[in-house]
Ligand binder design. Sequence first.
Ligand SMILES: NC(=O)c1ccc[n+]([C@@H]2O[C@H](COP(=O)([O-])OP(=O)(O)OC[C@H]3O[C@@H](n4cnc5c(N)ncnc54)[C@H](OP(=O)(O)O)[C@@H]3O)[C@@H](O)[C@H]2O)c1
Length: 275
Amino acid sequence: MPSYAVVGGSRGIGLELVRQLAANPDNVVFVTARNKAKSTYLSALIAESSNRNVHVVEADVVDARAMKTAAAEIAKMSGGALDVLIHNAARMEYANLFKAFDDYETDDQLDAEFIESFKVNALGVVHSVNAFLPLLRENTTKKIVIIGSGAGERSLMWNVRMHTMVAYGTSKAATNMVATKYAAQLESEGFTVVSLSPGIVDVSGTAVSEFDDASKAELARQLESFRKAMPDVDLTPITPEESVKTLLKIIGSLSVADTGSFISSFDPRFAQTST
Ligand SMILES: NC(=O)c1ccc[n+]([C@@H]2O[C@H](COP(=O)([O-])OP(=O)(O)OC[C@H]3O[C@@H](n4cnc5c(N)ncnc54)[C@H](OP(=O)(O)O)[C@@H]3O)[C@@H](O)[C@H]2O)c1
């Protein structure tokens, strides 16, 4: 029975990962959510699922102790082992997402957004991997998938000259480096550790807030810069269903030869599996 932990599965891409993994009755799916009671989409998914193979535990990735407690709870249900860890949680604070360095009203607001973004998008990943490592070491699969972002990829950001999304992009660059460090540390133990981008995904169906007009305009401007830099690439946002179908095919095909890589949505494997 392959076992998966999805960290941050209350909505968006994480929720869809849970839905598609749970659709296979052979899988057992452990999910972390910050607040079970408020995770209404996840509760509905579990209520509708006939497979009874989803187990939710509460934890905020910022809190290292809470992550270890969550992993210990999961270990009790899983016999102490886990096959695949998918770290999906990230801070996507719409009010600040599209800001440039000098768009913040005060220096304190700039600092606060950067600190919170690094706590979730860099340290949060470390808390999550550290907590689940003992379980992953008990099985032979040993896969750690960290959901990354093109917004954290230096060469892409330079090619499209994107000067906004500063806190998110800088902290997602750190996400990729966290994955690289773990890959280097765990290579000799036979682990596969990758950072995997989901593509441009429309998660508005489960979002907690909407983009304001300025954010919508900035998003349109960004997509236009992408189109100019990469005229042959289809940049139409995809659905969570489409994205996760591809992500799970890639995750299933990963081997130790892939460890240490950042797999972007422009990777040929993405194009081959997305249709
Ligand atoms: N959507 C895209 O186009 C896109 C593109 C590139 C990369 N990504 C990456 O894909 C992943 C999922 O993004 P998404 O678009 O699905 O975002 P989303 O809809 O905003 O979902 C974010 C998820 O992260 C959780 N989360 C946030 N802060 C957390 C914390 N401190 N502790 C635990 N969980 C926390 C949220 O839980 P709550 O419900 O508790 O807030 C939610 O489940 C992220 O890693 C993101 O960087 C997305």
